[in-house]
Design a protein around this ligand. Structure first.
Ligand SMILES: Cc1ncc(COP(=O)(O)O)c(C=O)c1O
Length: 386
């Protein structure tokens, strides 16, 4: 039996490769695929490709290309930023601040630091997911040395007020790291205008290749390296650079700079259409803000239905019950629990996320698939459909 073609609405997990990025990858693999650290013509050719990509990324987020450290993705960028800064500046204080709703690649790094004698304040969001800057400021202490707050939440699309948080940190000389994995290439980000010291990003969330990301380290911030090896990237992150992937990220950044406004306009229309199509279903609730959230993510819960059953009933629609990184866990989403949802509400959540290649037809398919899956599961098992 031929399985139906997937309808992909899981852009927050990863995005498809943009065709211009795919072309660039092939180009570099067949021409400049050498070691950029090698001191010969071929090496220098590859080093130029890396430098061009840094310029493209620097232009997208308004930073000096020299402040970019290439990594394997946002997980590694977050680890390097948080561990590297906390350890480097342990003498400035051992108090750190983050949110309960951060991605696992931040939460688990802070947990690891707690085991080595750092103290972490875990801030809770308001009911729509936002961090109140006053609550944030009240959590700071004289020995607070590092804060990490994400720009866009990967489960709910909630956008944090990075500008306000940055201002508060700068006034107190506290380092500020932002996990912008869901933001860079998708919404305008201007690192120089924000008072941010470090920002994590990853190409596969903005139509670039998987396995390549970056950490932008601004304002001369010093980090303790977390890997040891060759002298690449000022010894901050040694290892031979994947010149093709870096070039792909650079092209994804250039394309993003051209498309970001059109992408956002389309996403606003698609999200409105999707929410209008399902909000009338009995017992449906929106997880996240009505207004002002990132328009590429819509997270909804529904009464009396269990998310995993819904996920199966929705096929061939590809959506998520939460973060892809947590998909092995049977636990309800800790992000949604932190917003005050009950276990049942959190367990019934479905995250729809869409992007550049999503069509109105995909959204209409999702509306009718969701409506019929909910009524089918309710008819099978009045009460909890599991
Ligand atoms: C907010 C956030 N941070 C970090 C990551 C990890 O990114 P990567 O897959 O590039 O390691 C993700 C990816 O799911 C994410 O959404």
């Amino acid at each position: 039996m031929i399985s139906p073609a997937p309808i992909y609405l899981d852009y927050a997990a990863t995005t498809p490769l943009d065709s211009r990025v795919a072309d660039r990858l092939r180009d570099v693999q067949s021409s400049a695929y050498f070691n950029p650290a090698s001191n010969h013509i071929a090496g220098r050719q590859s080093a130029r490709v890396v430098a061009e990509a840094a310029t493209s990324l620097g232009a997208l987020i308004n930073v000096d290309p020299a402040s970019i450290i290439w990594t394997s993705g946002a997980t590694e960028s977050n680890n390097l930023a948080i561990l590297g800064a906390a350890k480097q500046r342990a003498h400035c204080g051992r108090h750190l601040v983050t949110m309960r709703t951060e991605h696992k690649a931040v939460v688990d790094v802070f947990r690891a630091l707690e085991k080595t004698g750092f103290e972490v304040t875990w801030l809770s969001p308001g009911p729509e997911g936002q961090l109140d800057p006053e609550t944030f400021e009240a959590a700071l202490r004289d020995d607070t040395q590092l804060v990490s707050i994400m720009k866009i939440n990967n489960e709910t699309g909630v956008v944090q007020d990075i500008e306000a948080i940055g201002r508060i940190c700068r006034a107190r000389n506290i380092l500020f790291h932002v996990d912008a994995a869901q933001a860079v290439g998708k919404v305008p980000v201007d690192v120089s205008a924000l008072q941010v010291d470090m920002m994590s990003m990853t190409a596969h969330k903005f139509y670039g290749p998987k396995g390549i990301g970056a950490l932008c380290v601004a304002n001369g911030t010093a980090l303790e390296p977390q890997m040891f090896g060759g002298g690449q990237q000022k010894r901050m992150r040694p290892g031979t650079l994947p010149v093709d992937l870096i070039a792909g990220l650079g092209t994804a950044a250039t394309v993003a700079a051209q498309c970001i406004d059109d992408d956002l306009c389309k996403l606003v229309m698609l999200k409105d259409r999707l929410w209008s199509g399902i909000r009338g279903i009995d017992g449906v609730r929106l997880n996240g803000p009505e207004q002002g959230g990132y328009p590429g993510i819509l997270n909804v819960s529904v009464e009396d239905i269990e998310g995993e059953s819904l996920l199966l009933a929705l096929e061939p629609l590809c959506v998520a019950t939460g973060s892809a990184c947590n998909s092995q866990s049977q636990e309800p989403s800790y992000v949604l629990r932190a917003l005050g949802l009950s276990d049942q509400e959190a367990q019934s959540a479905i995250r729809f996320s869409f992007g550049r290649q999503t069509t109105v037809e995909d959204i209409d398919f999702a509306i009718s698939a969701y409506r019929s899956a909910v009524s089918k599961l309710r008819s099978l098992a009045p009460g909890i459909a599991a």
